[in-house]
Ligand binder design. Structure first.
Ligand SMILES: Nc1ncnc2c1ncn2[C@@H]1O[C@H](COP(=O)(O)OP(=O)(O)OP(=O)(O)O)[C@@H](O)[C@H]1O
Ligand SMILES: [Mg+2]
Length: 214
């Protein structure tokens, strides 16, 4: 497979989707159908249906392990149906969140344990990992403030109503992922302006997925 698989990771409100959208609109013309985008949970019909179950605010009885299994199921479908076929055709695939999110949110946030969530996901991923992960580094409070400032209340999903402690555990788990995967995970300072974060992301992509950026 000579395509490249890039994932965006980081806490809520870090600016992943904002920067991804800007990147897509700038790469679209150049790459055409060599550019594929996806998001987690979701990315295709089956995975989007799983997404709706996960994020539905009515699902207050969702067990943590059920949630982790649903994310893994959605991920599996995304890999098999969308990501791998695109990589085989030498495309650039950029995904908004991936496995690291499960490790941070279910492993850390929900306290299932990072290594257990990682192990469970091996069934879904068969060891498949991104070529490059860009981590949007931001203090928990700053991310949550951005969301609170910009979102209408009826946009809030089940995961948005978590406590600050939950988000702190997520953040801590992410820091460990960054520390333990220095080759794959590159960090941007997401507290900067959108323009500056965007330009840091482009610099990283210029370096690590060069052939798609030239
Ligand atoms: N660098 C920035 N400075 C100030 N505001 C920002 C910045 N980046 C994004 N925002 C704003 O913060 C809010 C959250 O951004 P965005 O949805 O891109 O975050 P996200 O990382 O995708 O979050 P989530 O994980 O919840 O999807 C948006 O309203 C966005 O306009
Ligand atoms: Mg987002």
């Amino acid at each position: 497979m000579s395509g490249k698989f890039v994932t965006f990771e980081g806490p809520d409100g870090a600016g992943k989707t904002t920067v991804l959208n800007r990147l897509l609109s700038n790469l679209e013309n150049k790459l055409g159908d060599r550019l594929v985008t996806s998001r987690e949970p979701g990315g295709n019909n089956i995975a989007e249906s799983i997404r709706n179950v996960i994020l539905d605010r009515e699902n207050t009885k969702m067990d943590s392990r059920t949630e982790a299994l649903l994310y893994a199921a959605s991920r599996r479908q995304n890999i098999v149906q969308t990501v791998k076929p695109a990589l085989e055709k030498q495309k650039l695939v950029i995904c908004d969140r991936f496995l690291d999110s499960s490790i941070a949110y279910q492993g850390g946030g929900r306290m299932i344990g990072e290594s257990l969530v990682y192990e469970m996901n091996q069934f879904a991923t068969e060891g498949f990992l991104p070529d490059l992960t860009i981590y949007f580094d931001i203090p928990v409070e700053v991310g949550l403030q951005r969301i609170a400032k910009n979102r209408k209340s009826d946009d809030i999903d089940r995961l948005d109503v978590e406590t600050i402690d939950f988000h702190k555990r997520v953040h801590h788990a992410y820091q460990e992922i960054v520390k333990n995967n220095p080759k794959r995970v590159k960090v941007v300072d997401a507290t900067q302006s959108i323009d500056d974060v965007y330009s840091d992301v482009v610099s990283i992509m210029n370096k690590y997925v060069k052939k798609f950026m030239e």
